[in-house]
Design a binder for this molecule. Structure first.
Ligand SMILES: *[C@@H]1O[C@H](CO)[C@@H](O)[C@H](O)[C@H]1NC(C)=O
Ligand SMILES: *[C@@H]1O[C@H](CO)[C@@H](O)[C@H](O)[C@H]1NC(C)=O
Ligand SMILES: *[C@@H]1O[C@H](CO)[C@@H](O)[C@H](O)[C@H]1NC(C)=O
Length: 238
C-alpha cells in the first residue's frame, strides 16, 4: 500500500514535471522577438569577414535544431539614465550545443572560441570593442505555447532565477543558422597570424584600433571581455 502510494506520488510528480516543460511543438526552428529585426544566421554575423551586420532595431533570436545545437543573436541598447541621448549598444552572438534536463531546465553550452561581442558607446568613443564571448546559459524552464493573438508558436524562456525573458516567436522552420560545428577553433593561446590579420582588418572595419600589430590579441580580447557594464543601467530587450 505504502509502495503504491509512493509510486502514485512519483507518477504525479513526473506528470507535473512534464507539464512544466510541456510544449505544443518541438524546439527546432528559429525564434525571434517581436521586432523580428534580429535573426540568427548569416544575416547577423559573418564569421569569415569577422563582422556583425548591425540590425535595424534591437532584438533577440535563438535557433535550435532538434538534435541538440543552438545559435543565439542579441542586439541590445542599454539606456543611460543620466544622459538619455547617450545609449550604449551591445551585440552578442554565440552557438554550440544545448541540453534539456529532466528538471525542466535548459542549458546552452557555447563553443568557447566562436562567440563574439561588440560593445559600442558612440558618445564616448569612436571605436567599438570587439571581443570573444563565451557564456554558458542556464534557463530554469521553458515552454512552447500557441499564441492565439499572433497565430504563431511562442517560446517562453525563464532565466536562471525564474524571471521570464521577452517572448520569442517561431519564425523559420527549419532554422536559419550558421554551420553548427566550431567555426574558429583556437589552435593555440596566441592566434595565428591569419587570424590576427583577419581580426585586425575587421577591427579597422569597425573603426577600432589596436596599439600595434604585434599586440597579443588574445590578451587584448580577454582584457576587453573583462570590462563590465556599469551597474544601474536599464537593459532593453525588444
Ligand atoms: C517538445 O520539445 C521536445 C524538444 O524539442 C521534442 O523532443 C518533443 O517532441 C516536443 N513535443 C511535441 C509535442 O512536439
Ligand atoms: C568558456 O566557458 C566555460 C564555462 O564557463 C569555461 O569552462 C571555459 O574555460 C571558457 N573558455 C574560455 C576560452 O574562456
Ligand atoms: C536542472 O539540472 C541541471 C543539471 O543538473 C542543473 O544545472 C540546473 O541547475 C537544474 N535546474 C534547477 C532549476 O534546479
Amino acid at each position: 500500500m505504502r509502495t503504491d502510494l509512493t509510486a502514485a506520488l512519483l507518477f504525479f510528480a513526473s506528470s507535473i514535471r512534464t507539464a512544466v516543460a510541456g510544449n505544443v511543438t518541438a524546439l527546432g526552428g528559429t525564434w525571434t522577438s517581436k521586432s523580428d529585426t534580429v535573426v540568427t544566421g548569416p544575416d547577423f554575423y559573418d564569421p569569415v569577414g569577422e563582422r556583425f551586420l548591425e540590425p535595424r532595431l534591437p532584438g533577440t533570436s535563438f535557433s535550435f535544431t532538434n538534435d541538440g545545437y543552438f545559435e543565439e543573436a542579441i542586439y541590445t541598447v542599454v539606456g543611460n539614465p543620466t544622459k538619455p541621448e547617450c545609449p550604449t549598444a551591445l551585440i552578442i552572438w554565440q552557438h554550440g550545443t544545448y541540453t534539456l534536463y529532466d528538471n525542466g531546465s535548459m542549458v546552452l553550452f557555447p563553443y568557447e572560441s566562436d562567440g563574439r561581442k561588440l560593445w559600442s558607446d558612440p558618445c564616448n568613443s569612436k571605436t567599438s570593442i570587439y571581443t570573444r564571448y563565451n557564456q554558458t546559459e542556464l534557463y530554469r524552464s521553458w515552454e512552447i505555447v500557441l499564441d492565439d493573438y499572433r497565430g504563431q508558436y511562442r517560446l517562453n524562456l525563464f532565466k536562471f532565477d525564474g524571471a521570464p525573458m521577452n517572448p520569442l516567436y517561431l519564425t523559420y522552420n527549419p532554422p536559419q543558422m550558421l554551420p553548427t560545428t566550431t567555426i574558429n577553433p583556437i589552435q593555440s593561446a596566441t592566434p595565428t597570424s591569419t587570424t590576427a590579420a583577419k581580426i585586425k582588418r575587421s577591427l579597422m572595419g569597425l573603426q577600432a584600433s589596436l596599439p600595434d600589430a604585434t599586440t597579443n590579441l588574445d590578451f587584448w580580447w580577454y582584457t576587453a571581455a573583462g570590462m563590465t557594464l556599469v551597474g544601474g543601467v536599464g537593459w532593453y530587450f525588444v
